[in-house]
Design a protein. Sequence first.
Length: 133
Amino acid sequence: MDPNKLIFVAKKSMERAYAPYSNYKVGAGLACADGTVFKGCNIENASFGLTNCAERTALFSAIASGKKHFAAIAIVASGEPAPFPCGACRQVLAEFCEPDFPIYIANKAGYEVITLGELLPHAFNLKEDPSDA
């Protein structure tokens, strides 16, 4: 999928973010392998541990709709710093995506692309059989 189209979806999703505590709105556009795109935004909560990031919102929506194969994700933020996925989002993405999965990080300055493997080089997952070690 064209990164600019995915970034556009993420920007539109960012407009729906609920971020009254941080005022840091984030949107995500997740492209499935079949071309379907899911949206996500961050949803904050007074109990900060219950806050959900845009990336996980998009991914959970996709999974709830029966999708499990993903091509790319774009993440956009309303301000600084650039919206790199938090540790929880990196780990959840690693559950469903390969290390070469592209992540487009965008803000007012433009965008950059980084792979999931670069963000989480030693992901904890069940893709490797521990008995093979």
